[in-house]
Ligand binder design. Structure first.
Ligand code: COA
Length: 391
């Protein structure tokens, strides 16, 4: 297998983009990534998108997007893994380059979620849950993650007030990071009080515990490391050290422990093994904080914190920009936004910029090894990638 590098990244400004269509925002992000890499032609395209049929009435993205990007005729595929569609696009593109099929491959993600009403968006998202057991009975993702939160609080015997603070601290930290990100949807300076008094969505999760509904796209260009070293020397090389993927049961009630993300644990172990890494060697990570409780469970499953200890990490500043393991320096899904198919690729955009030393105001002082964790549904699929910057 060939070693793979990320040579270009781009994303558009995320938010409510009424004036643009899905193809517009995809092309914007894709051209930014191509400019960043210094390429005019790609050899293959993988695009993650969860539900363009419901959100935008459009399927068959392979043809649409390669056409509007001016790249026809090339091999292309849309991949779908709910909110982990972007992460799956990355793994698919990595396999293509590693196996030697193509040298210049775009991995990307797009979702235009705000052209439909909130009820339709919630329905579209809920199709990623178990329809017969969860969706049909009225469960939505805020509701499912609220159940995970209750299970966590119960398991570790945490008082209501203390647990409320633990959740709020994740949101405050991610908004503080996202405030510095000009591409973020919600650049707000949040206070603990602001989170704790925001509108209740699904007890104990309030509005400021939830990622939003977002229009957005992101793209990255992959190529073999030896080609990158010869032809694409204008940025420091960012190597893909490891990739991991795993499923878990789609329905929450089928899990032995609703607080443990087994898919994330297994995907991370695969990625750590391939990269020759341990959790302790990771400098920072972009993780799937679709709800505040998700970030807490994810950082435990990745091995950054022991079970039952992830909940105090944000409160004690351990995951802040100057903490022992900064989590979500981009602002995460909470502040940056969550256009589901694009999220996994936007994590790679942030990690690449950090590893190159090009993250501007958000630049972390120690950024040599970065990790991304992108999750579908309530953890039914997870993709983990590990990257190394060679400045
Ligand atoms: N964080 C911060 N502000 C938010 C927000 C969020 N998550 N969601 C909406 N807002 C803001 C809106 O901008 C709007 O502000 P304005 O009044 O100043 O214009 C206000 O809150 C109300 O917005 P609205 O769209 O009416 O909110 P809503 O109640 O319909 O939706 C949620 C709020 C939390 C239910 C919705 O964002 C949601 O479903 N999020 C979860 C998405 C999800 O499940 N993703 C998949 C994860 S696996």
């Amino acid at each position: 297998m060939r070693e793979v590098a990320v040579i270009g990244v781009g994303m558009n400004k995320w938010g409510e983009l009424w004036e643009k269509s899905m193809r517009d925002i995809f092309v914007e992000a894709a051209l930014l990534a191509m400019d960043d890499a210094g390429v005019k032609k790609i050899e293959a395209l993988y695009v993650g998108s969860m539900s363009p049929g419901i959100f935008a009435g459009q399927e068959h993205l392979e043809s649409l997007l390669t056409d509007y990007l001016g790249q026809c005729p090339i091999p292309a595929a849309r991949v779908e893994s709910a909110c982990a569609s972007g992460g799956l696009a990355m793994r698919t593109g990595w396999m293509d380059v590693a196996l030697g099929l193509h040298d210049i491959v775009m991995v990307s993600g797009v979702e235009k979620m705000l052209d439909v009403d909130g009820g339709t968006a919630t329905y579209a998202l809920a199709t990623a849950a178990d329809q017969e057991w969860e969706g049909y009975n009225g469960a939505t993702f805020p509701g499912l993650y609220a159940m995970m939160a209750h299970a966590y609080q119960h398991k570790y015997k945490i008082s209501d007030d203390r647990f409320r603070d633990m959740l709020a601290a994740v949101s405050v930290k991610n908004h503080a990071n996202g405030y510095l990100n000009e591409k973020a949807q919600f650049r707000l300076k949040m206070t603990m009080e602001g989170v704790k008094t925001s509108t209740m969505v699904a007890d104990p999760l309030r509005l400021m515990d939830c990622s939003p509904i977002t229009d957005g796209a992101a793209a990255a260009i992959l190529c073999p490391v030896d080609v990158a070293k010869k032809k694409f020397k204008h940025h420091p090389i960012v190597k893909v050290l490891g990739t991991g993927a795993a499923t878990d049961t789609i329905a929450l009630h089928s899990r032995e422990d609703m607080t443990w993300l087994r898919g994330t644990e297994v995907a991370a172990k695969e990625a750590y093994k391939m990269a020759g890494m341990t959790p302790q060697k990771i400098d920072f990570a972009e993780v799937h904080d679709c709800f505040t409780i998700a970030e807490i469970c994810v950082i435990e499953a990745l091995g950054f914190f022991k079970p039952g200890k992830g909940c105090t990490a944000a409160l004690e500043g351990k995951t802040a920009r100057d903490g022992i393991i900064p989590i979500n320096p981009s602002g995460g899904l909470k502040s940056k936004g969550h256009p589901v198919g694009a999220t996994g690729i936007a994590q790679i955009v942030e990690v690449t910029n950090q590893l190159r030393g090009e993250a501007g105001k958000r630049q972390l002082p120690k950024a040599k090894i970065g990790l991304t964790q992108n999750m579908g549904g309530s953890g039914g699929t997870t993709l983990v990638h590990i990257f190394k910057g060679e400045k």
